[in-house]
Design a protein around this ligand. Structure first.
Ligand code: PLP
Length: 395
């Protein structure tokens, strides 16, 4: 009965061309990976923005920490209280210009834990319509009243803040850099609104920390508004080259989360080797922000310029998430497959991740790509795009 129902639903997914699969991949460098058949790809699809996953210091930190065991053996509140995690939290707090930070096992769990713990009956969460799934799910398990505002539409947000009855706390929650469009939240206006309406502002900087701001610390630094965001969420699994998530906030909020956030309390802590790698990555960024951020910026500008010159429909922006609009899901997946055949890996993004009719390639660049690799990839994307258009005209 269950199996038949699932098979029926899966068939519907396949019929729409939306089947998702998980395939093996092994990264030999930060930007080159090999699949099970030995085919090698130049990867423009990862979130490894600073290329730190293969930096010798980061790899060595993980190796060194493995002598403290491969598993942490318990929750942070019991035997899993590894030294490296505490150190990482102190350095993350400083990095994010906040009083305290707390590490979770993933960014996803951080959003679940923070929203579930902080949002109570009577509170209202004002949420950008393009927020990450983990924010949406966090609101769900908090059983929060959620009011969705149009993407980055500050006028709409203010209207909703004005007209929605609230007996408790108002929360405004947004991605810092939006994961599929690569654009940046309008933080100056969000801060103005949160002050005007006495709201708590939560910014998820998963794609912003290690990416934007002069020190790479994220959206607040990008706008010179350090200290103005009440709760900053982040991940260790993107620019920081490891695995895990964190929240940075004032010491009362962090103390509360240690005592109340269920994903923090009831999950085994990460092993030292993971947090040690994140800590090493963070220290490299802090020691030489311009080295990594400068390369990332140059590569971002180059990729954006070249793809436009090739005639592709690039959504404008300044971040290394470069969305190339294709429109139809079928064509998006065709272009993606043709690129794979040429040894270039980009992500094809389709509904329900993005709205119907806006399927796209999500091209990401990292600090570890060379200019030649970017030129090569942009050229091939242009070639495949032109071939596709010719086929459409003929057919
Ligand atoms: C990736 C991402 C997350 C989840 O982080 P993980 O560490 O991968 O679980 C949360 N929020 C946003 C905005 C993200 O892009």
């Amino acid at each position: 009965m269950l199996t038949e129902r699932l098979e029926k639903e899966l068939k519907e997914v396949y019929a729409k061309g939306l089947r998702r699969t998980v395939d093996g991949l092994r990264f030999k460098t930060a930007v080159r990976a090999e699949d099970g058949s030995g085919m090698e790809y130049l990867v423009f699809a990862s979130n490894n923005y600073l290329g730190l996953t293969h930096e010798p210091e980061v790899m060595q930190a993980a190796r060194d920490a493995v002598c403290w065991g491969t598993g942490s053996t318990g929750s942070r509140l019991t035997t899993g209280a590894a030294f490296a995690t505490g150190e990482l939290e102190r350095e993350l707090a400083e990095f994010k210009h906040a009083e305290k930070a707390l590490v979770f096992n993933t960014g996803y769990m951080t959003n679940l834990g923070v929203l579930y713990a902080l949002v109570k009956p009577g509170d209202v969460v004002f949420s950008d319509e393009l927020n990450h799934a983990s924010i949406i799910d966090g609101c769900r398990i908090a059983r929060a009243k959620v009011v969705v505002y149009r993407h980055n539409d500050m006028q709409h947000l203010e209207e909703l803040l004005k007209t929605t009855p609230v007996t408790g706390v108002r929360f405004i929650v947004t991605d810092g850099v939006f994961s599929m469009d690569g654009d940046i939240a309008n933080l100056p206006q969000l801060v103005e609104l949160k002050e005007k309406y006495n709201a708590c502002l939560i910014v998820d900087d998963a794609h912003a920390a290690g990416v934007i701001g002069s020190d790479g610390s994220g959206t607040a630094a990008y706008y010179n508004l350090q200290g103005k965001v009440d709760v900053q969420i982040g991940t260790l699994s993107k620019a920081l080259a490891a695995e895990g998530g964190y929240v940075a906030a004032n010491s009362v909020i962090i103390e509360y989360l240690i005592n109340k956030a269920r994903p923090f309390i009831f999950s085994t802590a990460m092993p030292d080797m993971v947090t040690a790698a994140a800590l090493a990555a963070l220290r490299l960024l802090k020691a030489q922000p311009q080295k990594y951020l400068g390369r990332l910026k140059e590569n971002t500008l180059l990729m954006r310029r070249l793809l436009k010159e090739e005639g592709l429909d690039v959504i404008d922006g300044v971040t290394p998430i470069v969305p190339v609009l294709i429109g139809s899901t079928r064509q998006t997946m065709q272009v993606m497959a043709a690129l794979m055949d040429e040894g270039i890996m980009v992500s094809g993004i389709r509904p329900p991740t993005v709205p119907e009719g806006t399927s796209r390639l999500r091209v990401t660049v990292t600090a570890a790509h060379t200019a030649e690799e970017i030129e090569f990839a942009a050229h091939i994307m242009g070639k495949i795009w032109r071939q596709l258009n010719e086929n459409v005209k003929e057919g």
